[in-house]
Design a protein around this ligand. Structure first.
Ligand code: C2E
Ligand code: MG
Ligand code: MG
Length: 618
């Protein structure tokens, strides 16, 4: 057999030995033993061993030795550089040491008395094992009793063996690193608890495999006021608090299998895949609360009290299939937090129905904007000498929902706000008000002014003025036919931009009024500096008139203030004659309310004006 074929024959199956069946065997020892045993048998040598450099590189340690005659493995011999400097020097040249006669070879003769003679070794073939950093060990092939003249096939094969061993080590290191990494992926380093990602995976696994009608539970424990602890005592102490709380929670003794995780900065979570008895959840809730009783010492040697709000999802696993149980427990936790810190709340499936309804309504609202379902109703604002002066109207948004009927602003506005569509909504009403002013003019209906509620989103929009000019031109109406209402909170801040915008509107000839006056905290001096011409007393102060002392006092002072500043005054939400009489007697200029009319469609205004009884009501 020529050398090449000999080498190929020797090498056959070597790689397979290291990576049997492609499996990632974790046990390096088992793998390397297989390799050196095979090497020993194939070369038919007395001993094959693996030696690894110590950390300081000054010695080599035998990590595994196979002895053919005894068919056994040994480990543990150490050789120090100081006892055989020539051998180490040769090793450091990163070359194969092929000592046919080990007893006379310069590189190995240092071993003669202490090693070669006692073991009767005649020949040595030492091959370095490398990793990406360099040589980290060697395999040592030894022939006892007779001398071996190592041929190229044997040397090449030995190098392959060394390479295979190197791969085994590399693979094992990779495995260890991977394990470390997957540990980091699973674990929150601050508390050593599972993190949210892994916690979620764990739940998903149970969902996939568990019997579907078994009840399970997720509890979320959200610390109250944690930001304050962070702000007051700093990041380090805040972390300490989290660690302390995590330890306490981890030590809760419960007659039920559970898994604890930290799912957010200050939120811990319990997962209980099998809840045989609901009472155990109540018990766990009480035990969690107990963990917050003991105060925690601060670096300033004070003690601080902590508390947490607990949200519980409890239900059969099948309920989890489409939904995220952590999210459900989160909703419950949020509710507990809002209601009372330190309390607990169980998730109610009805919330989801509400949520679903809200989402559907949001989607329908977006469609409604384009389907002319958003319209303005008008509520008359009248004066005692009506109708000679002409009435004013307030435009109030309504949604004509194809199935639900008329929807009022109390539902519409929060949706528009959430969706960031307040400006779009305002534009629709503004344009409709202008269009209806044209309609009133064309129908011979005498209207003094139409007032439109302007949101902050509209007011601060840079194209509001341009928009108004466009509508006014399009419908051929006067600017002075429009009035804008802004709520009191809007003028509470001291903003240059606001003054500027109001001035621009006023310069166009548009009247401005302050809506819901008395509910905000606008300063009188601000009011004086703004181009405002009207105040509207909020309905809440009108309700108690003419008997409620404090309403009387507030209404009188608002009227007094308005008069002093030469502002006109409107009372909103007037429902009874007696209220109207009191208001008019006390100097109020205009009355708006169900007493006169509810908000109605533009086409109904003619009928309203024809109805003489409307006057009698005042
Ligand atoms: P607001 O501007 O203060 O309008 C007066 C509200 O009081 C209207 O409610 C009106 O229907 C109601 N109201 C009037 N008289 C009476 C009464 O005698 N009794 C009772 N119980 N209520 C009365 P509405 O139409 O539900 O509007 C509520 C609020 O929504 C409005 O309060 C206004 O702030 C806002 N809003 C309405 N339309 C728009 C709009 O187009 N844009 C903006 N940004 N806000 C609007
Ligand atoms: Mg209003
Ligand atoms: Mg109002």
């Amino acid at each position: 057999m020529d050398l090449v074929n000999k080498f190929l024959a020797l090498q056959q199956s070597l790689t397979r030995l290291g990576f049997q069946d492609g499996q990632l065997e974790q046990d390096v020892n088992a793998k390397t033993q297989k390799i050196i045993k095979s090497c020993c048998e194939r070369l038919n040598v007395s001993r094959v061993s693996i030696w690894l450099f110590s950390d300081d590189q000054k010695s080599i340690v035998c990590s595994n030795l196979y002895i053919l005659a005894e068919k056994k493995f040994e480990t543990g011999i150490v050789i120090h550089e100081e006892t055989c400097p020539h051998y180490f020097a040769s090793l450091r040249q990163n070359r194969v040491i092929n000592a046919d006669n080990a007893r006379t070879d310069d590189r190995t003769k240092e071993f003669l008395d202490g090693y070669l003679k006692p073991l009767n070794i005649m020949s040595m073939l030492d091959v370095p094992i490398f990793n990406e950093k360099g040589m980290f060990g060697l395999i040592c092939i030894e022939q006892a009793e007779k001398q071996r003249n190592w041929d190229m096939a044997e040397i090449s094969y030995s190098v392959s063996v060394a390479d295979t061993i190197s791969l085994v080590y590399a693979q094992s290191n990779w495995f260890i690193e991977k394990q470390k990494l997957s540990y980091l992926e699973k674990i929150d380093p601050l508390t050593n608890l599972e993190n949210r990602l892994f916690f979620q995976k764990r739940i998903n696994q149970t969902i996939d495999t568990a019997i579907k009608n078994i009840p399970c539970a997720v509890l979320l424990v959200g610390m109250d006021n944690f930001t304050q602890i962070n702000d007051r005592f700093g990041y380090h102490f805040a972390n300490q608090v989290l660690r302390e709380i995590s330890l306490r929670l981890d030590n809760i003794d419960l007659d039920l299998k559970y898994q604890l995780a930290r799912v957010e900065g200050d939120v811990f979570a319990f997962w209980l895949p099998q809840v045989i008895n609901d009472k155990l959840i109540d018990e766990l809730v009480s035990k969690i609360k107990l963990q917050f009783v003991e105060e925690i010492k601060t670096p300033l040697d004070e003690t601080i009290a902590t508390s947490a709000s607990i949200g519980v999802f409890l239900g059969p696993i099948k309920d989890l299939v489409d939904n995220d149980p952590i999210r459900k427990a989160e909703l419950a936790m949020q509710k507990a937090k809002n209601e009372q810190q330190g309390s607990d709340c169980y998730f109610d499936p009805e919330w989801l129905t509400n949520h679903l309804e809200a989402v559907t309504l949001e989607r329908e609202f977006i469609e409604a904007l384009n389907k002319n379902q958003i319209i303005a109703f008008y509520q008359p604002i009248v004066k005692p000498d009506y109708p000679t002066v002409g009435i004013s109207l307030e435009a109030l948004v309504r949604w004509e929902h194809p199935e639900k009927g008329i929807i009022t602003p109390y539902l519409i506005l929060p949706i528009a706000k959430r969706l960031g569509l307040m400006k779009e909504l305002g534009d629709i009403i503004l344009e409709q008000a202008c269009r209806d002013i044209r309609y009133f003019l064309d129908s011979g209906i005498v209207i003094n002014k139409v007032s439109v509620n302007i949101s902050s989103e509209q007011l601060f929009s840079p194209n509001l003025v341009a928009q108004i000019k466009r509508y006014v031109a399009q419908y051929q109406i006067a600017f002075s036919a429009l009035e804008f209402e802004i709520v009191e909170e809007l003028i509470a801040g001291d903003s240059e931009a606001l003054s500027h915008q109001l001035e621009q509107l006023s310069n166009l000839g548009i009247n401005l009024s302050i809506d819901d006056f008395g509910t905000g905290y606008s300063s009188l001096s601000r009011l004086k500096n703004l181009k405002v011409s009207k105040l509207k007393i909020d309905k809440s102060f009108v309700d108690g008139l003419p008997n409620n002392e404090s309403d009387i006092c507030i209404a009188q002072s608002i009227i007094g203030l308005a008069k002093g500043m030469k502002l006109e005054i409107v009372a909103e939400g007037v429902e009874s004659k007696i209220q109207a009489h009191w208001l008019l007697a006390n100097g109020c200029d205009f009355i708006q309310g169900y007493l006169v009319s509810k908000p109605i469609k533009a086409e109904q205004i003619t009928d309203f004006l024809k109805n003489e009884n409307a006057l009698d009501k005042l």
